[in-house]
Design a protein around this ligand. Structure first.
Ligand SMILES: Nc1ncnc2c1ncn2[C@@H]1O[C@H](COP(=O)(O)OP(=O)(O)OP(=O)(O)O)[C@@H](O)[C@H]1O
Ligand SMILES: [Mg+2]
Length: 360
């Protein structure tokens, strides 16, 4: 029926195109009293063949197109449209302050003010921004988080999505998506200063939020790959074996005692990067307080990661669960899989929330 086709075509999923794996989330919003609750409609996880995406750049489009088609098929979603996110070295994120003008003048004004802060010509990038209301800023000014993504990179992503016969509908920043997932799932964090650290395979996104706004965003070129690479080198292992060892699985000829010091060393490097980021944040804002750290991404599943972080930073640590306030039908989904993999789905959840119109 034509009418139903139209309805179907309106469905949008959140697709996280990660360098290690694709993640898909589709939500169904439902009114409950005055608020809206979200039910999980579809879920998908699809590893990306090794080095098909390297640090956010698509190296093997055919492999990525296949993975997109496969994840849509396996998740059984009826959607064809998707929202996806970008992060890493092709994305520039800056926080600026501009004079407050009337609402209908703000857009042009921000784009104009943004120009000197973006090291590319306007033809090379797409610019997006988010306005921040904060007690740190005088009332006649407004804070702005600027995001610019290189068109070249955006087009590569749009290309693979289109060749996979899907329709790109919304593009967001991975960092904003993670924040959206956290704020929707944890009302208690809306009023606090929280550092969300999403550790993927090649990128670590750090988002500091206060009062429900992103006040600081930085992408660090560091992630789970560094753990695997070092295990490969130090213990002379092939990639697959190093991955297994990292995940705490028994591998013949490798003792856990040999693994620990290598993991510790890489963690120390990550800790240094995060410390630098926190210091940068503190020196750029009047109030540099951080009340909580939330961990996300595949590397948040690394054994003893919360111990590492607790020892390194004297701040309460928690793993961000993107399904915390989402309704899940246990007859339809494997709850054990969801529990094990939860932190991996924060970006896809934020993209799915954006797709159904939820923007915290
Ligand atoms: N149980 C585990 N223990 C340790 N590391 C894990 C575990 N599970 C997954 N990882 C690691 O998490 C990383 C993948 O995380 P994630 O899916 O968030 O990355 P991605 O989004 O695909 O990559 P990126 O955002 O960097 O492009 C890989 O480095 C993988 O080895
Ligand atoms: Mg990622």
């Amino acid at each position: 029926m034509a009418f139903l086709d139209v309805m179907k075509s309106k469905r949008i999923v959140g697709l996280d195109i990660g360098s290690f794996a694709l993640k898909l989330v589709e939500l169904k919003p439902r009114k409950k009293g005055k608020s809206v609750v979200y039910e999980l409609e579809s879920l998908g996880y699809e590893p990306v063949p090794f080095q098909s995406i390297v640090e956010g750049s698509i190296m093997d489009s055919t492999a990525v197109v296949d993975a997109i088609q496969h994840i849509f098929y396996e998740s059984k979603t009826r959607a064809r449209r998707l929202s996806f996110g970008v992060s890493g070295s092709s994305v520039i994120v800056k926080r600026i302050e501009v004079q407050r003008l009337s609402p209908n003048e703000m857009h042009e004004h921000i784009i104009w003010e943004a120009r000197p802060h973006i090291p590319f010509t306007p033809e090379e990038v797409n610019i997006d921004y988010e306005m921040i209301e904060s007690p740190d800023i005088s009332p006649d000014r407004v804070g702005v988080i600027l995001a610019a993504v290189r068109k070249e990179k955006l087009n590569d992503y749009i290309n693979v999505v289109t060749i996979a016969e899907k329709e790109p509908a919304i593009v967001d920043l991975d960092s904003f998506a993670i924040l959206n997932s956290v704020l929707t799932n944890y009302e208690m964090y809306v009023d606090r200063s929280v550092a969300i650290i999403n550790i993927g395979s090649s990128v670590t996104n750090v988002v500091i939020t206060r009062g429900g706004y992103p006040v600081f965003v930085r992408d660090i070129a560091f992630g789970g790959n560094q753990f695997t690479d070092n295990l490969q080198k130090e213990l002379s292992l092939k990639y697959e074996k190093a991955e297994s060892v990292k995940k705490g699985r028994p591998v013949e000829g490798v003792s856990p005692a040999a693994v620990k010091p290598v993991v510790n060393l890489v963690f120390n490097e990550l800790q240094t990067e995060i410390r630098k980021t926190f210091e940068f944040y503190r020196s750029n804002t009047t109030e540099g307080r951080i009340d909580n750290i939330l961990l996300s991404g595949g590397t948040a599943n690394l054994e003893s990661i919360t111990d590492f972080f607790s020892q390194a930073f004297d701040i309460p640590i928690e793993i961000a669960n993107p399904f915390n306030s989402i309704e899940i039908n246990p007859k339809k989904f494997d709850l054990d899989f969801i529990k094990d993999m939860a932190p991996v789905f924060n970006v896809a959840m934020g993209l799915a929330l954006r797709a159904v119109g939820e923007k915290k």
